[in-house]
Ligand binder design. Structure first.
Ligand SMILES: Cc1ncc(COP(=O)(O)O)c(C=O)c1O
Length: 462
């Protein structure tokens, strides 16, 4: 089996010199024309693209280049995907090697799959080592739902308000439903899928006498809900460890340990959807590692292949038999290119000490955001761990009324200043590549702060 060599940690730095570099207005003339041509046919774009219709042509490290030659600092990693930098040389080489040697062999074993399985078993906690591979996060979540049913012989699922798990029927039944302009057509949640509130420290439903969030009340509510709101056949709590789409919302430290105890009491599985937050984004392989909790089922995606579509669903060894029962394999899952991308990505995280970088630069991000919160009347809250970050904009710090209009404007202004990113609504979400150092972290935050200041002036706050 061919091994691909380690590259210097600084592989991306030369290409980042002088960014952001804007040589036309943005989106530039070529971007506008190409976007217009494309959208004559291509429909259903995300709100971010509609608000800033730029066309990208190249990505390397932390730099994105558009078709007009403008260079942007990347604060989104695609969409939490290219977390080790665009076109990481080792990962690209590994994918192209297998693209020329063997693209698909159904789910037969290949040398690169053998290596990936060993590698994954080595980084996963506890006995999480019965693995299946897919090509979408959503499909990994669907497989997790089927596996949970097979393991428990139960069929009900509990997820949480504002969680996101994908867009197929099972996954969307565990997720925030689309509302307003983008409500979903047809049936909403499938039968047997329930949502409960989960603790958001900035907007708590239940607080203790000192005003801090009261995790125990959430857990008591869940226990009550199990008795009153279900038919007593709950297979799993299926949750994001931290809510990515909702705006980088992290639960209090005691939430998952207490939830896990509740699950054990009622023989319910804890299914941890790490598609967005896993593989180093918060400074750990699994975000649940921060709280010492080992889930029963875990899903990975996005960063897992650093841009190549490869995802995984993993259950613990003693439940591995369930994967036989659900006929777990698929057409593209675990093809050699996919395995090569995931294997090389894990090796890069180890070789470049990425988890440590995320912890260190993550602290820098948090300190900077805390300072910004003190200085800006429209910043209600800042949140995050590692490189999964959010700044919540409000009209008034006391009422905490969400400031959606400001969110949109800050997004567009920062993009115009050369920051490629993907906030949504009133929470400015940031997911920079995990290779980023303090210099560029600071540059990105300067751009965002300038944009916030301008928006505050426009709305009469300064
Ligand atoms: C937590 C989580 N789970 C699942 C998914 C679905 O992944 P995909 O878009 O690869 O199908 C997403 C996508 O954003 C996600 O954030």
């Amino acid at each position: 089996m061919k091994n691909f060599s380690k590259v210097s940690k600084d592989w991306w730095k030369e290409s980042a010199m002088g960014i952001p570099k804007l040589i036309t207005e943005t989106p530039g003339p070529k971007s506008k024309t190409m976007h217009a041509n494309t959208t004559r046919y291509m429909k259903g774009l995300s709100s971010q693209v509609k608000l800033f219709p730029v066309c990208f042509e190249e990505g390397f490290g932390i730099t994105l280049t558009d078709v007009d030659g403008n260079k942007y600092l990347d604060f989104s990693s695609g969409i939490y995907v290219t977390s080790l930098g665009h076109c990481h040389p080792k990962i690209s080489e590994a994918i192209s090697y297998w693209a020329k040697k063997l693209m698909n062999a159904h789910d037969f074993t290949t040398p690169v799959k053998e290596k990936l399985m060993e590698k994954m078993a080595g980084i996963l906690p506890g006995k999480l080592n019965a693995i299946q591979l897919y090509s979408d996060g959503t499909v990994a979540v669907e497989a997790a739902i089927r596996a949970a049913r097979a393991i428990t012989n139960k069929h009900e699922f509990i997820s949480a308000y504002r969680d996101f798990h994908g867009k197929t029927m099972g996954a969307v039944s565990c997720a925030q439903m689309y509302r307003g302009e983008t409500y979903s057509y047809g049936p909403t949640r499938a039968a047997g899928f329930y949502m409960v509130p989960r603790p958001d420290p900035y907007r708590p439903l239940w607080t203790k006498a000192d005003g801090s969030i009261d995790t125990d009340s959430y857990i008591r509510f869940y226990e009550d809900f199990l008795k009153e709101g279900t038919v007593g056949n709950v297979a799993a709590f299926l949750l994001e460890p931290a809510q990515g789409w909702a705006g980088s919302i992290f639960p209090p430290e005691d939430f998952f340990p207490k939830l896990k105890r509740l699950c054990e009491k009622y023989k319910i599985l804890l299914c941890d959807d790490e598609v967005l937050a896993g593989m180093g984004r918060t400074g750990e392989w699994l975000t649940l590692n921060h709280w010492g909790v080992i889930p029963d089922i875990v899903t990975f995606g996005k960063s897992f292949g650093n841009g190549f579509p490869v995802t995984a669903m993993v259950v613990s060894e003693e439940n591995g038999e369930a994967l036989e029962k659900i006929s777990a394999s698929s057409s593209y899952g675990g093809n050699p290119m996919a395995c090569a991308a995931a294997l090389a990505s894990i090796e890069v995280i180890e070789e470049e000490d990425i988890l440590q970088n995320v912890r260190l630069v993550g602290k820098f991000f948090m300190n900077r955001m805390l300072k910004m919160k003190e200085q800006h009347p429209i910043i209600g809250d800042v949140k995050g761990k590692g490189f999964l970050l959010g700044i919540e904009l409000v009209k008034d710090k006391k009422t905490k009324e969400p400031f959606d209009e400001a969110g949109k404007l800050v997004y567009q202004k920062a993009f115009r200043k050369g920051l490629a990113w993907i906030p949504a609504g009133h929470i400015l979400r940031m997911s920079p590549p995990l290779i980023m150092d303090e210099k560029y972290a600071s540059m990105g935050m300067d751009i965002i702060e300038d944009a916030i200041t301008e928006v505050e002036k426009e709305f009469g706050y300064q």
